[in-house]
Design a protein around this ligand. Sequence first.
Ligand code: UDP
Length: 329
Amino acid sequence: MNNRNVLVTGGAGYVGSHACKALSLAGYNPICFDNLVYGHEWAVKWGPLEKGDILDRAQLDHTLGRYQPLAIMHFAAFAYVGESVIDPGKYYRNNVCGSLTLLEAARDHNIEHVVFSSSCATYGIPNKLPIVEDTPQQPINPYGTSKLMVESMLGDFSTAHGMNYIALRYFNAAGADPDNAIGEDHDPETHLIPLVLDAASGRRHDVTIFGTDYDTPDGTCIRDYIHVSDLADAHVLALEHLIKGAGSQALNLGTGVGFSVREVIESAQRITGLRVPVVYGKRRPGDPAALVSDPSRANEKLGWTPKFRELDAIIRTAWKWHQKQASSK
Ligand code: UDP
């Protein structure tokens, strides 16, 4: 195969940049397409950057024509759940209309394979745990709905135009590149692990636990934290599965093990050797008590298993990255 170009929308973002690294290590040429609204130019290290917006059809046509990629990995999206409730139009325009613009461009440039960054937010509040791919998808916020709408569009484009796709529904992406070249850097930051590390290092005063009265063993929410490099590896495996002729499908990506907010804080204290000052707050609206994946289908179809199995190992990479960031700011 001569053409190793893969268009990576959102390739300057957190998961997208780790996917660019994994693609490059696997011998592909990641072409990062990112508007740099939330992405970072410094995170684009493994291929060219095409600055552009997925809502800009002309720019997409130009980039697809120039590189003629064999596939698209589609990460570009707004991803603040709370903001999506307050400003749904922003999410439907960018995540849904942007994806539609991208898919129409992909169709017209005869792109055969799409790997899509979907989310466990498409399930909403699951009726039972662990969550399998056939668990009903009933999102409870516009962010989750926008991801589900794109899955539906992919299904229809796949049927109509023979564009095969794999939608990867990730649980809680966490950690940083083990070589410490890239990592999580959101502004504003809303995710638990970086906030806990900020509180440990004194970059922020404390971290608030959102709710201690959930129906869980210690009263705090349980999530399935999956290392970002494991997610990246799954994207490459999904791409290769499509290239070999796999049909369109959706797969969960998680470890299958859940940890409570308190357990995350305890782990961070162990790894950093520092105390994490905690404030007890109210529940955050829209937070299900527990989200834990059953990742066995991804294992079966892609031969994928997470390399980072322990929460401590995930947080250790996040802490290394946190320290590097702190020393450079
Ligand atoms: N959380 C918390 N305090 C914070 C941020 C998050 O207690 O400052 C909790 C949140 O309620 C959820 C878990 O930590 O149960 C993970 O939240 P995060 O925002 O990292 O990811 P999400 O599950 O929303 O995708």
